[in-house]
Design a protein around this ligand. Structure first.
Ligand code: TXA
Ligand code: MG
Length: 321
């Protein structure tokens, strides 16, 4: 059994106690719900990989309440300092060199000499991290490869019985994961995963980003990006302008085509923030509609649309046989 408690001060204090003892606690952030475990507690980290069915090669993001706490286990250069000052707390993750002697479980970073750091902009996450007694590793609180959770009910739908507690704070604000930037080596900053913080906002601070994902001849820079991800069970068809009678429709904008098994509109007013907020919940709902396929209308690829397009593309990828 996994417990579910409201994210009030008593619930948060209880959750922090669980984390300190090596427990697994799902908690809200401004992006999606995370599955937290103390990053220095090797056995707890092993349970995170087991609960999610996550491949051991895919490292976790370490969450801290302040930039100062991040500096205890990660090395910040000038670019990292500037980005942290501009955007933390917020939906941004920085890949930085790991301090080897900092006591982080090697499992949490998948044996790498780099580490992903994030200071979430959410009052519950902040309070929990301040009381947890160390950095908290927290992947999204879903089974590996599936759609990320934006409510406590989504967390339990995937992880009931596999975790100790979920702190319920209702739906999250943003609805897609943090933007992940590679600062592990000198030179231009790399965009590993578009997310809740837009490219334009980041480029205003550090200049032009190189594109998402590594070039094919480069070594893999973010193992998680190789995998089919964010995927419902029903296959997806992208760029739909019409819909078949046995399809469900994920619409965008004021005039979606009619005749689908079920329709959800990400934003009738074509607002990308509203679309991000709705994306994962609507994918879950349409996945349950019993359709042969989910047809997805085209979204603009700018601003938050870059993250939305990335998630939909990964969700539509054919599973490896
Ligand atoms: O918004 C978010 O980032 C959420 C909330 C809970 O904070 N967390 C999240 O974690 O999305 P996760 O594990 O689902 O995605 C983390 C991504 C993965 O693609 C992983 O491969 C990458 O970050 N990552 C983590 N550590 C890395 C490292 N040292 N080098 C390269 N990529 C890394
Ligand atoms: Mg995830």
């Amino acid at each position: 059994m996994s417990e579910c408690r409201p994210a009030d001060p008593a619930g948060i204090a209880f959750a922090a106690g669980l984390l300190r003892r090596g427990g697994l606690v799902a908690f809200p952030t401004e992006t999606v719900y995370g599955l937290g475990a103390l990053a220095t507690h090797d056995a707890a980290i092993a349970r995170v990989f087991e609960a999610k069915g996550r491949p051991a090669v895919n490292p976790l993001i370490l969450h801290v309440a302040t930039t100062a706490a991040g500096k205890e286990f990660a090395v910040f250069d000038d670019r990292a300092e500037a980005l942290a000052a501009a955007f933390w707390p917020g939906p941004l993750t920085l890949i930085l060199p790991l301090r080897a002697a900092a006591g982080i479980s090697p499992r949490a970073v998948a044996g790498l000499d780099t580490v992903a750091v994030r200071v979430p902009g959410h009052a519950v996450a902040q309070a929990l991290l301040a009381q947890a007694g160390g950095p908290v590793a927290a992947p999204s609180a879903n089974r590996s490869g599936r759609v990320s959770p934006t409510t406590a009910a989504h967390v339990l739908a995937d992880l009931e019985g596999r975790i100790d507690l979920v702190l319920d704070d209702g739906p999250v604000r943003i609805g897609v994961e943090s933007t992940v930037l590679d600062l592990s080596r000198p030179g231009p900053v790399g965009l590993l995963r578009p997310g809740g913080l837009t490219r334009a906002a980041i480029e205003a601070v550090v200049g032009s980003l190189d594109g998402p994902a590594a070039a094919p001849d480069e070594p893999v820079r973010s193992p998680g990006l190789l995998l089919r991800h964010y995927a419902p069970r029903t296959p997806l068809r992208l760029g739909a302008t019409d819909v078949a009678p046995d399809e469900a429709l994920l619409a965008f904008g004021p005039a979606p085509p009619g005749g689908a098994v079920a329709t959800r509109n990400l934003s009738a007013s074509a607002d990308l923030a509203e679309a991000a907020h709705n994306l994962y919940a609507m994918l879950r709902e349409l996945d349950a509609a019993g359709a042969r396929r989910i047809a997805v209308m085209e979204l603009p690829g700018t601003g938050l649309g870059e993250a939305l397009a990335d998630r939909l593309r990964r969700a539509a990828e054919t599973p490896a046989q």
